[in-house]
Design a protein around this ligand. Structure first.
Ligand code: SF4
Length: 288
């Protein structure tokens, strides 16, 4: 089979590269001591397993639990914790400091900007709406930087909102731009003053654009990325609208039966997919 890989926006984005580098450097400088992460550093299970082999693993306690017994938290003092790339709430940062943890912030700088915008808008009297997934850590952390922010998942949910004097919308950075535009059309009729401050990450937008362009030129697309990765799911969604598309996490999941009659396969990957997972898929496809 001939395999065509997306040209530029395939695999680790800038935010993930930064978080990964921080994790690797911390593991190297902490010798035999484990380095902790506030949750999944990035949404890719094999990548998280690789970090675990380097001694980088999730904290054994939740930073959102205010009533942890001292016997569980005392051993954490002085240890290093990386705050995940999706961001954490101000409460989680404060609690990590109180526990005496050495905090390294691996939040993607783009996400940090979104959090600041959310807070600033609320300070200016806006009801802040975050277009995102209710169970996604980025959307949850962004809303946690406000007092009254709301996560809205769909146009239908937006339609059910009441009327506000001032309403402002922002977006989880990995949402689909087209969906966000539709949402804003509804929100602008829900307030006397509406401010659209959505920032879908540039990397996400370009990766989606590149994948769609590629999907138009091949018989089938394979998208490599974590099952819980929002940007990977968006890639699968936009490619599926153009040609048959398969989502896999690693090459082990590939099945010869999928490729009967297929001559050319396009390859896209989520922003938290390791390079060697991508090359393993390409090698498998080229060998079949
Ligand atoms: S997809 Fe964009 S916002 Fe998310 S971590 Fe990567 S660069 Fe940052």
């Amino acid at each position: 089979m001939r395999v065509v890989r997306g040209e530029r926006f395939v695999g680790f984005c800038g935010g993930v590269k930064r978080a990964w580098k921080l994790a690797v450097e911390s593991s190297e400088s902490n010798d035999d001591e484990a380095v902790f992460i506030s949750g999944k550093l990035i949404h890719n299970t094999p990548a998280m397993q690789e970090l675990e082999t380097m001694g980088v693993r999730p904290l054994p306690v939740s930073l959102m639990d205010a009533d942890l017994p001292a016997v569980e938290t005392a051993p954490l003092a002085g240890r290093t914790v990386l705050m995940r790339a999706h961001g954490e709430s101000p409460t989680a940062f404060a609690r990590a400091q109180n526990l005496g943890l050495n905090v390294l912030d691996a939040t993607c700088p783009i996400v940090t900007v979104v959090q600041k915008i959310a807070k600033q808008l609320e300070d200016e009297g806006y009801q802040v709406i975050v277009f995102g997934h209710r169970d996604h850590p980025e959307a949850r952390a962004t809303v946690a930087h406000t007092e009254h922010g709301l996560i809205i998942e769909s146009v239908e949910e937006a339609a059910e909102l009441g009327h506000y004097p001032k309403l402002a919308s922002i977006a989880q950075t990995t949402m689909l731009t087209a969906d966000y535009v539709e949402l804003c059309k509804v929100l602008e009729n829900k307030a006397d003053v509406f401010d659209d401050r959505g920032r879908i990450c540039g990397w996400t937008q370009r990766a989606q654009g590149e994948a769609v362009e590629l999907a138009h030129t091949v018989d089938m697309m394979v998208v490599v990325g974590g099952r819980d990765s929002s940007n990977t799911h968006q890639l699968v969604r936009v490619c599926s609208e153009v040609c048959p598309t398969r989502h896999i996490v690693t090459a082990d999941e590939l099945d010869e039966a999928w490729f009967d009659g297929i001559e050319t396969v396009g390859l896209a990957a989520g922003a938290s997919t390791r390079e060697h997972d991508i090359t393993a898929v390409i090698s498998w496809l080229e060998a079949h």
